[in-house]
Design a protein around this ligand. Structure first.
Ligand code: NAD
Ligand code: TYD
Length: 353
């Protein structure tokens, strides 16, 4: 048996592939375009491991995906590939439409054709798992109940709108064609290999570089934070036992305002790698102009996943954030390569241009 993962060189995808192969010997075909967010170095520990086949390519390339499906005959396709950064979606929405909507559509078409040709047992066992976000549900007030799976879709950024569109396509392929799909909508992840354009890694990296720690607006926007390997275990569980066509919200019951997150990161750095001048890292906090259309609060009600499938997160925020800060301190080469763009050299060396 084999699974095909798209976007497996990104933050969550690479953690998923590493976790998967720690827990099982089932091979993974990893299809990734290696955009700026894809980093082959996340997977160097798998070099020479026959269970991992990396394919540099676009998940929207129908001919390539047809060929991969025909050759490897996966029993499941897990779709992580996406453009994922809200701020980039505001300055350049086009790529989000192309990747998240058109790319997912092309992938669904290829998977539908493959699945349609499988013999009855393989056809019944096949799964298409789509990895999505809580941002499709829009923004909550402080007192609103957390998002459940039946919350109305109210996306507010080009990123969340494009993810919402992809979720709808996945749903439609189940209802119209019977494709055996599963969708997960998860809250904000953090952990190793997180690209330092997102809040937590940006703060860790900027703090050490003596740079400003930019907090948007009043810093009181609330997110639910989940350690990345807990997201990976949720995906594995949904793949294993999720009911076809169902959506599962994934979250850590861990709502925190951004400013509190930044203070926590600063306090951990004060403890683990104090500034040479003895001053606290929080002195570097700078309030900057707010993000346009900034969602005020996300909160996930993960009870369906917990009750139906028995999933619970293994990390608390306290254990997860400590591990995360420590990982960045222990991996200065990874950080330096990302900051210098050095990780892109591998793409040029390997594939030209
Ligand atoms: P990421 O930006 O770190 O990684 C995305 C990966 O997809 C990269 O490796 C990139 O090279 C690849 N990719 C982009 N376009 C591609 C294409 N056309 N073909 C093949 N590969 C392509 O993103 P992430 O944070 O790892 O998120 C993974 C998925 O999880 C996304 O679908 C995202 O919407 C979802 N998600 C993310 C979070 C979060 O907090 N990061 C939370 C919930 C859901
Ligand atoms: P981010 O990590 O970009 O994730 P998302 O927008 O998908 O939730 O941002 C998390 C929160 O942190 C969000 O409310 C925006 C805020 N933020 C800052 O205040 N400063 C920053 O430099 C960044 C990148 C984000």
């Amino acid at each position: 048996m084999t699974i095909l993962v798209t976007g497996g060189a990104g933050f969550i995808g690479s953690n998923f592939v590493l976790d998967w192969l720690r827990a099982s010997d089932e091979p993974v075909i990893n299809l990734d375009k290696l955009t700026y967010a894809g980093n082959r170095q996340n997977l160097t520990s798998l070099d020479g491991d026959a269970r991992h086949t990396f394919v540099h390519g676009d998940f929207g390339d129908a001919a390539l995906v047809d060929q991969l499906l025909a050759t490897h005959q996966p029993r499941a396709v897990l779709n992580f590939a996406a453009e994922s950064h809200v701020d980039r979606s505001i300055s350049g929405p086009g790529e989000f439409i192309q990747t998240n909507i058109v790319g997912t559509f092309n992938l669904l078409e290829a998977v539908r054709a493959y699945w349609g040709g499988l013999e009855a047992t393989s056809k019944a066992a096949f799964r298409f798992l789509h990895v999505s976000t809580d941002e499709v549900y829009g923004s909550l007030s402080k007192t609103d109940p957390a998002f459940t799976e039946v919350h109305r879709y109210e996306p507010n950024s080009p990123y969340s709108a494009s993810k919402a569109a992809s979720d709808h396509l996945v749903r439609a392929y189940h209802h119209t064609y019977g494709l055996p799909v599963l969708t997960t909508n998860c809250s904000n992840n953090y952990g190793p290999f997180h690209f330092p354009e997102k809040l937590i890694p940006l703060m860790i990296v900027n703090a050490q570089a003596g740079k400003a720690l930019p907090v948007y607006g009043d810093g009181q926007q609330i997110r639910d934070w989940l350690y990345v390997t807990d997201h990976c275990s949720a995906i594995r569980r949904v793949l294993e036992a999720g009911r076809l066509g169902e959506v599962y919200n994934v979250g850590g019951w861990n709502e925190k305002p951004n400013l509190e997150i930044v203070h926590t990161v600063c306090a951990l750095l004060d403890e683990l790698k104090p500034r040479s001048d003895g001053k606290p890292y929080q002195d570097q906090i700078t309030y900057v102009t707010d993000r346009p259309g900034h969602d005020r609060r996300y909160a996930i009600d993960a009870r369906k996943l917990e009750i139906e499938l028995g999933w619970t997160p293994a990390e608390t925020f306290e254990t997860g954030i400590r591990k995360t800060v420590q990982w960045y301190l222990d991996n200065p080469d990874w950080v330096a390569n990302v900051l210098s763009g050095g990780y892109r050299d591998w793409v040029a060396q390997q594939y030209g241009n």
